[in-house]
Design a protein around this ligand. Sequence first.
Ligand SMILES: N[C@@H](CCC(=O)N[C@@H](CS)C(=O)NCC(=O)O)C(=O)O
Length: 253
Amino acid sequence: MIELHSSPTPNGQKVIIMLEETGLEWKHIDVDIGTGEQFKAEHLKLNPNNKIPAIVDTDSLEGGRYTMMESGAILVYLAEKTGRFLPADRRKRYDTLQWLFFQVAHVGPMFGQANHFNNQPKDNYKDNQYARDRYNNETLRLYRVLDNRLAQSAWLGCDEYTIADIATYPWCKRHAERGIGEAGHPHFTRWFKTMEARPAVRRNNAMADEIRARMAKAAQGRQAIDIYDTRDNGERLAQATSRPSAGKIDPLA
Ligand SMILES: N[C@@H](CCC(=O)N[C@@H](CS)C(=O)NCC(=O)O)C(=O)O
């Protein structure tokens, strides 16, 4: 059984899609990052970086329970566990890993920062023009890179559907808001439509809505954390991991 400790953000959704594609037995354990549950001691034992997603494989191939953070590594782990979506052919495998790393290193962080700065409260907004330009321009550039790649290749990684596609799709769901469509990005649009037709992707999209609604209900009456106050997030982690005597941080202890 795979326990997925997560929220249905793009990084959480890519793991749901993989679990649904492979047919592994799994369950979702809600971690509401909007109310700071990523800083709870039990979550820090699974992900010392206080982020979602994390998984626990209660029946790992190596024996016993195995815990992991980092969505890209989780996809590789699940691919190797099931023998699916990461080709054995070495060239295809390296091509797939390149595009998986491209998602984790570029698409995720740049799209994520663009959303963060675009959604700043209005009183901070005026001071952040440079940051918004930087991340919005990078986001548009990355859609161009995706379209160029998909002009040459049926799928992102190689000529097969792989974890590179699974990782990238959830980040691209809001492409229309950025004016990305058939006219300027025909190859990306072809790929995106093919992704949306997959039953596992459809199930993910429905589940993401259900999990969001369940988490919103559970959060009623609880205080939201201020995601724009990065100092507070640092303090939350320091508090959650402080050890009274040793003075050394060991979030896994
Ligand atoms: N590189 C990490 C990124 C994980 C990440 O940034 N997760 C976000 C949600 S998509 C999160 O947990 N944010 C909570 C916070 O920053 O406090 C991965 O791919 O797993």
